[in-house]
Design a protein around this ligand. Structure first.
Ligand SMILES: [Fe+2]
Length: 303
């Protein structure tokens, strides 16, 4: 593997990488927005525009508000052109593997027992933090078909920034959160309450082949067990403090026809209100793939 800035042993290359990353990081959500004429058919210029946002922040927000927002082919085709194809389906997902995130409303429905399908806020997390390590969620899309009347914003933070801010405080904290048993989700608990075996894993991990950083995290305190040693406990506290106050946190309010496309960055959702005739509805896709930008730019090859 080529030397990765996320490898703690890489002390010579890290400072320059860190400074460049922070300098390039967007300080306004507007810098992440890319207008798209048709998400189903990206132009090379549009791919370049999305790529440059993702290079800076591991995420971009697209805007195609002029098209019918409830059309699922928008996020599906867009994702495909950017290398997101291996979609995770869970048992609450629609038949096509997207999850329709909307308040379940009626009492006693299965979805209504789980926070994503309510009006409640969702604390900081990356998607699929309870997955086994061979089913890492590397990419995520969130397409807004209908927004809330009030609230429902997403706070966003590139996980590479969280890594930098934690390493700035104490590199030992990063090491602690890279331990394979740093975070354990007990059996039978995840955000959708799907029955699963106990899952232990690191918070931060470096991909052994490509050197990119992945993050597996939830700020929830119930149904999660952190390694008991003092350094891990202090690291978890420091990370929570970063997520409470980082100057790099961006907040997006997705309007119909807008969406987030990302390498599974840290995010939240604020509580919201809507009405039966105006239900907030987002299509969420979770992928075993990371974003890539070379698919439609490579020279055409004979079939
Ligand atoms: Fe999420």
């Amino acid at each position: 593997m080529a030397s990765s800035p996320f490898d703690l042993a890489n002390e010579s290359g890290y400072p320059a990488w860190r400074d460049a990353k922070l300098a390039a990081y967007p300080r306004s959500i507007d810098e992440l927005v890319v207008p798209l004429a048709d998400p189903r058919h990206l132009s090379v210029a549009e791919i370049d525009a999305i790529e440059s946002r993702c290079a800076r922040a591991n995420m971009a927000i697209y805007n195609a508000a002029h098209l019918p927002a409830a059309d699922k082919s928008l996020p599906r085709q867009l994702s495909k052109q950017l290398g997101l194809v291996r979609l995770e389906g869970n048992y609450l997902a629609d038949e096509d593997g997207f999850s329709s995130i909307t308040p379940a409303g009626d009492e006693g429905s299965v979805r209504g027992e789980y926070i994503p399908y309510t009006h409640k806020p969702i604390n900081w997390h990356t998607d699929g933090y309870y997955n086994a390590l061979d089913r890492r969620i590397l990419g995520m899309t969130l397409h807004c078909a209908q927004d809330a009347e009030v609230g429902g914003e997403n706070a966003l933070l590139d996980h590479e920034i969280a890594y930098i801010q934690l390493r700035d405080i104490n590199p030992d904290y990063v090491a602690a959160l890279m331990q394979p048993d740093a975070m354990t989700i007990p059996a039978r608990m995840d955000e959708d309450n799907v029955a699963r075996p106990e899952q232990s894993g690191p918070v931060f991990a470096v991909d052994p082949d490509e050197g990119f950083l992945t993050m597996r995290y939830t700020a929830r305190t119930r149904s999660i067990v952190w390694k008991a040693d003092a350094t891990t406990q202090a690291a978890v506290k420091a990370l929570a403090d970063i997520l409470a106050s980082s100057e790099y946190i961006l907040t997006a309010r997705l309007r119909p026809g807008m969406g987030l496309i990302c390498n599974n960055v840290l995010h939240t959702r604020s509580g919201f209100s809507d009405s039966p005739s105006h239900r907030r509805l987002l299509y969420r896709g979770r992928y075993y793939d990371r974003l890539r930008f070379d698919l439609n730019k490579a020279p055409a090859r004979a079939a």
